[in-house]
Design a protein around this ligand. Structure first.
Ligand code: CP
Ligand code: NVA
Length: 312
């Protein structure tokens, strides 16, 4: 990777993405070793997590490293202590810092002050580790990335933003249908379009879920209420009522379309029980691939495949 930190999918070049995915495939196939032996990953989480926390812990341990978890109550990021000081203190104890927080600006500040690599483990704006795992999952199921079409149905949130950028980078056509007032951020759309120009992909935003899902190879959704938006839940349930990915919606997608969701899922809201439990659903492959994709990220922020003994 050509940057110290991994805070956004846009931090990756097309070459970085190819390398990370190729290494994730190799690492998943076996050959785990002690590439990160003697190294410590600190997880600093200001929001709850199942997949991200566990997959990072398992990935780091499988690579021979140690993990330190700091829960929301412990650090008081920017409250008990300034973000800059937390970054400089943790740099003296740990070798990598993965952070789940609210603002992207906090991540950037941590990255600027930390001597060690900082990884975005989800912010209000992006979820890049999720999207790397998703691209790996799509590649496994479809055998390619370039030229496919992904339809995202629902909120223009952090996952949608990273997906738009990831698809733009990988050459996957990205289409999104969101209710009025919940569209993808304009800056993200512009950045995704610039990336898509190079890769030959198309980025399209709409309000109509059926038009968007038409002929898609991948139908993706996420929660209508993200962490931190709990007070808006009742309004959101009403505003998103027409955006459930159910069998009728899947029926307009390609007949071999896969269904994706980053999880946790809310059955009967953004996805029907029937769809998430169907053969088309690859949601648990996505969850597993978090671990494999993040192994590649961890190895790369520490210097790349060269540190893997006997690799290539
Ligand atoms: N998909 C995902 O990031 O899950 P967690 O919030 O459980 O980590
Ligand atoms: N958009 C969701 C993703 C959870 C993994 C959230 O931010 O809560």
């Amino acid at each position: 990777m050509h940057t110290k930190d991994f805070l956004s999918i846009a931090d990756l070049s097309g070459t970085d993405l190819q390398l990370l995915l190729a290494e994730a495939v190799d690492l998943k196939a076996g050959g785990w070793n002690s590439a990160l032996s003697g190294k410590t990953l600190a997880l600093l989480f200001e929001k709850p997590s199942l997949r991200t926390r566990v997959s990072f812990e398992m990935a780091m341990r499988a690579l021979g490293g140690e993990v330190l978890y700091l829960s929301p109550a412990e650090v008081g990021l920017g409250k008990r202590e300034s973000v800059a000081d937390v970054a400089r203190v943790l740099s003296r104890y740990a070798d990598i810092l993965a952070v789940r927080t609210f603002s992207q600006q906090t991540l950037e500040e941590l990255g600027n002050y930390a001597d060690i690599p900082v990884i975005n483990a989800l912010s209000d704006e992006e979820h890049p580790c999720q999207i790397l795992a998703d691209l790996l999952t799509i590649f496994e199921h479809k055998g390619t990335l370039k030229g496919l079409t992904l339809a995202f149905i629902g909120d223009g949130n952090n996952v949608a933003a990273s997906l738009a950028l990831g698809c733009g980078l990988a050459g996957i056509n990205f289409k999104i249908a969101s209710p009025a007032g919940y569209e993808l951020n304009g800056t993200i759309v512009e950045r995704a379009m610039i990336m898509a120009e190079t890769s030959g992909a198309e980025i399209r935003c709409d309000h109509d879920p059926y038009l968007t899902a038409q002929g898609a190879d991948i139908v993706y959704t996420d929660t209508w209420t993200s962490m931190g938006q709990e007070a808006e839940n009742t309004t959101r349930l009403k505003d998103f009522a027409m955006y459930c990915v159910d069998s009728a919606l899947m029926a307009v997608a390609d007949r071999d379309a896969i269904f994706m969701h980053c999880l946790p899922a809310h059955r009967g809201q953004e996805v029907s029980d029937e769809v998430i439990e169907s053969h088309a659903s690859v949601v648990f492959d996505q969850a597993e691939n978090r671990m494999h994709a993040q192994k590649a990220v961890l190895v790369n922020v520490m210097g790349g495949a060269g540190i893997l003994p006997g690799y290539r």
